[in-house]
Design a protein around this ligand. Structure first.
Ligand SMILES: Cc1ncc(COP(=O)(O)O)c(C=O)c1O
Length: 393
């Protein structure tokens, strides 16, 4: 067959070479290290003269299979898999930035990323400027002679702001900066940042990639020269992915395309139906025409993603009542699961902030984040509508 396989097909068919058992599904390589027949072979492996596996902190067949699939899906030259999404973000920054460097970071990034940038990077002499997602002048104004990297997330969690990747790609090229994009919410099935000029793409594989709320994982893919530095940093500092998690996540990639289509279909239909609900002030989703960055979302995303937000008219109290009134949706901190999930940031993840602080990061009192699962649309809708009635104030 001469036709080059589509990345979706490759994510199904890429496989670790068959063992002597002729298995159809990749076996688990639960091993800490790998053996060598001869001293010379081992010397050559340590000298990077061959591709042999040495130790599972460095590489492992299950992990390599997962990374190979992610590279194909994202259109990347190389990659490295990590134990969590946060260790992927950590590795991508700490491997490439050094004392005296400066980072431009979108202000509405995931909470732990925000903490890492503002609390920890600075301890190592790496400064940062936080810029509002859509304020291009602020991004331009933040560039300093020592700026090395631009970091952003789109759509953002949980505000669902959409950042123009084409613009970000041109901006980072203009100033010769490394563009590092968290593509967790969209997945490569909906958006490929590298096609717009990103140098690195990071993921929390814990979300849509696993898709069933089982394991933690992360991955960094992108330019081979940058990944080489990241690999050496991670190989020596140790945030590697376990073979078991890689086996789970590699299998999950085989169904990511069909799962994302159904997640996105459910999310969009829920938004369209809930838009007229009398208990809601607004509903926000990248592919609703009243989303502030609808045109950008349409340009760079194939579908709108599995997460949407809605604002309860009754504020914080209604938010708490809404969670209690749900009968089917799960109340949990994760997202990107087969099971629909609801969360209320103002009374949970962001409850320690003042209301003014919450508002400054887009967390309004009645904001509910829904991760649309794969259940039948009518069942998800019925539970949300029922909880809206019971939580009305
Ligand atoms: C956008 C985004 N990036 C990164 C992370 C961190 O991923 P993990 O929990 O796998 O460390 C999360 C987790 O919710 C996230 O939503």
């Amino acid at each position: 067959m001469s036709k080059k396989l589509d990345p979706v097909t490759q994510a199904i068919r890429i496989q670790t070479p068959q063992s002597s058992q002729h298995e159809h599904s990749t076996p688990l390589y639960i091993t800490s290290s790998f053996t060598f027949d001869e001293a010379e072979e081992m010397r050559a492996a340590f000298a990077d003269e061959n591709q042999a596996n040495i130790y599972s902190r460095f590489s492992n067949p299950n992990v390599d299979e997962f990374v190979a699939k992610m590279c194909v899906l994202e259109g990347a030259e190389a990659g490295f898999a990590t134990s969590t999404g946060m260790s992927a973000i950590f590795g991508s920054m700490f491997a490439l930035l050094k004392q005296g460097d400066h980072l431009i970071c979108c202000s509405s990034v995931f909470g732990s990323t925000f903490t890492m940038v503002t609390k920890y990077l600075v301890r190592y002499g790496i400064t940062s400027t936080l810029v509002p997602a859509g304020d291009h002048a602020a991004w331009e104004g933040a560039v300093q002679p020592n700026t090395k990297m631009v970091y952003l997330e789109t759509p953002t969690n949980p505000q669902l702001e959409v950042i123009d990747l084409e613009w970000a790609g041109k901006f980072s090229k203009k100033y010769n900066l490394i563009l590092n994009v968290d593509n967790c919410f969209a997945t490569p099935l909906l958006q490929r940042p590298i096609d717009f000029g990103a140098d690195l793409v990071v993921h929390s594989a814990t979300k849509w990639i696993d898709g069933q709320g089982r394991v933690l994982g992360g991955v960094i893919v992108g330019r081979a020269d940058l990944i080489k530095d990241i690999y050496l940093f991670c190989r020596n500092t140790g945030p590697s992915m376990s073979p078991f998690n890689a086996w789970i996540l590699s299998k999950s990639l085989e169904t990511l395309d069909v799962r994302m289509q159904r997640h996105c279909e459910n999310a969009l239909r829920l938004c369209e139906t809930l838009q007229g609900n009398p208990h809601l002030a607004w509903v926000k989703y990248p592919l609703l025409p009243d989303h502030p960055q609808y045109d950008i979302a349409k340009k760079q995303m194939k579908l709108g993603g599995g997460v949407f937000c809605m604002e309860l008219k009754g504020g914080v109290e209604a938010g708490r009542k809404f969670l209690d009134a749900l009968e089917m949706l799960s109340v949990t901190a994760n997202l990107g699961d087969t099971r629909s999930i609801a969360s209320h940031p103002a009374s949970t993840t962001h409850s320690k902030l003042t209301e003014a602080e919450r508002l400054s990061v887009g967390i309004t009192p009645g904001l509910i984040r829904i991760s649309a699962g794969l259940e039948k649309f009518d069942d998800i809708l019925a539970d949300i509508e029922h909880a809206l009635v019971k939580s009305a104030i």
